[in-house]
Design a protein around this ligand. Structure first.
Ligand SMILES: C[S@@+](CC[C@H](N)C(=O)[O-])C[C@H]1O[C@@H](n2cnc3c(N)ncnc32)[C@H](O)[C@@H]1O
Length: 203
């Protein structure tokens, strides 16, 4: 029987596979973070589905970052993040049910939103409850319709929920909940790999 994403990623920590994700996602995350932070002064930050917290630690070290929080549903990911970093905030909860006390300037997420049955609900929740007016959501996805070689992942990983949508469907989710200046691009495309699909918009 297939397991939920949170169960599977909890198990990945014991195998050290959280650090493998850090390596594999680094190039795309660098592209996303440099784009999203280039015009920001004194910003607060949330990483949705932060894994072991490597992006939180990296963004928190930028001079203009005043607060950084990571949230993930897998307890082992959050325990590891807290062990590695006593300074920033790490929360174990389901993304759909959690709200920050104070809304933030930037929400980032790498390889997470397709683990929801209805990703538009999470996009709506982040828009309404996490972001200040004028703030940005930026997400990166490797599993999407145009990236054909990713289509075998649900069977290979044994994960119960992996929602496959096209670039235009993801952009439509952003537009439907009210994001403005919605744009998308691909990072790291090569032969047989369409790259990370990056989608962003402003509240
Ligand atoms: C592919 S990993 C990516 C982790 C991290 N962003 C990185 O790049 O290393 C997906 C993460 O999303 C988390 N996740 C998936 N669905 C979630 C949900 N509904 N609520 C909270 N976390 C979730 C998993 O526990 C896992 O750590």
């Amino acid at each position: 029987m297939k397991k939920t994403p949170i169960e599977v990623f909890g198990e990945w920590v014991s195998m050290g596979k959280d650090e493998g994700m850090e390596k594999n996602h680094e190039e795309s995350v660098e592209n996303m973070v440099s784009f999203a932070t280039k015009d920001l002064t004194n910003f607060s930050f949330i990483d949705a589905g932060c894994g072991n917290g490597w992006v939180v630690r990296s963004v928190a070290s930028l001079p203009n970052c005043i607060q950084a929080t990571g949230i993930d549903g897998a307890l082992k990911m959050i325990q590891k993040a807290k062990k590695l970093d006593l300074k920033n905030n790490y929360i174990c909860n389901d993304l759909l049910f959690w709200k920050p006390k104070n809304k933030v300037d930037l929400v980032h997420s790498m390889e997470v939103f397709y683990y929801l049955k209805e990703p538009q609900k999470l996009i709506q929740h982040v828009f309404s409850n996490w972001l200040k007016e004028g703030a940005r959501l930026i997400i990166g996805l490797d599993f999407y319709s145009e990236n054909i070689s990713s289509h075998s992942w649900p069977e290979e990983c044994g994960i119960s929920i992996m929602s496959l949508f096209s670039e235009s469907e993801w952009k439509t989710f952003f537009l439907k909940v009210g994001f403005k200046e919605v744009s998308s691009w691909h990072s790291g495309a090569k032969k047989n790999w369409a790259g990370t699909l990056i989608i962003t918009g402003i509240k």
